[in-house]
Every structure is written in C-alpha cells, then in structure tokens.
Design a protein around this ligand. Structure first.
Ligand SMILES: [Zn+2]
Length: 150
C-alpha cells in the first residue's frame, strides 16, 4: 500500500519511523505543511490511517464517527462526543445538502438531567444541532495543520 497525497496541500506523503521507538506516521513531504497522520505500530497501519483520513467524505452507511483515534474526541462525566464535519439536510430543506461542523454525542442520563425531544434520557449516539439527516462526514483537519506557516 502507498500513502496517497496530502489532503490539505496535495503534496506527496511518506511513511516515517520515529527514531528508536518503532512508531510510524505518514508525513507530508511539503516542508511548509504540518500534516502528519496518527502514530501507529507499523508502516502499513500508519498508511492505512492516513489514506482513510485523506480520502475525505465517508458515508454514514459505511461507518460512523466513534472510537476512532484520528478524530477529535472528548469524554467527561456528563457526555462524550466526537467533532467532525458533516454533510446532510435540514428539516426545512430536503433538496439542498449543506455542510457544518457538528458533534456526534452521547449525553449521559446521570448528573445534569438531559432529555431529548421525547423527554427520554439521552444515552445513545446522535448527531447534534442543525441536521435532520446526515449523509456523509469527514475528519476535521488537525489544529497543527490549520496553523501551518505558508
Ligand atoms: Zn501537506
């Protein structure tokens, strides 16, 4: 397997081993771009993670954003969520899709009492905010990449 080009700057990307600790990550070849994939135990795994992230939109029928260490993930005693870019439809317009950063989240029924629209405790994964229906999602660019010098 080969690493596909950087999703942010389109330069080639190369699997790189951290010296002495048998950890691999794919790194963008463009010195001006800080893009780096997740660290993995093998070159193959590092390339797979990089390619999956670089490919972009993922259908919700194929996979949902959870338990994925390439995503922004937060958990505390009240909730857990993953932040992604989602594409879908609002309840007001089922024709025209739009894109927004949203969380896929669980709010635990303990602590502050959180109820859903049917007044049931919320303890299953669901999409937050503005979408009636989400069709695709993708990982947010990492903050280090967004702040890369140009
Ligand atoms: Zn790049």
């Amino acid at each position: 397997m080969k690493a596909i080009p950087c999703p942010f700057c389109k330069s080639s990307a190369t699997p790189t081993e951290a010296s002495g600790c048998e950890q691999w990550a794919v790194v963008c070849d463009n010195g001006q771009c800080a893009a780096i994939g997740p660290w993995e135990d093998s070159e193959e795994a590092a390339i797979e993670k990089w390619n999956r992230r670089a490919l972009g939109w993922i259908s919700v029928d194929e996979r949902l954003p959870e338990n994925d260490n390439t995503l922004y993930f937060h958990e505390d005693s009240r909730m857990k969520f993953t932040s992604v870019l989602a594409c879908g439809y609002s309840e007001h317009d089922s024709e025209k899709p739009f894109v927004s950063q949203v969380n896929r989240l669980i709010i635990y029924p303990c602590g502050i009492k959180q109820l859903d629209a049917n007044h049931e405790p919320l303890n299953e994964w669901r999409w937050s905010s503005c979408f009636e229906r989400v069709t695709h999602w993708m990982a947010l660019p990492s903050p280090s990449t967004e702040r890369a010098q140009s």
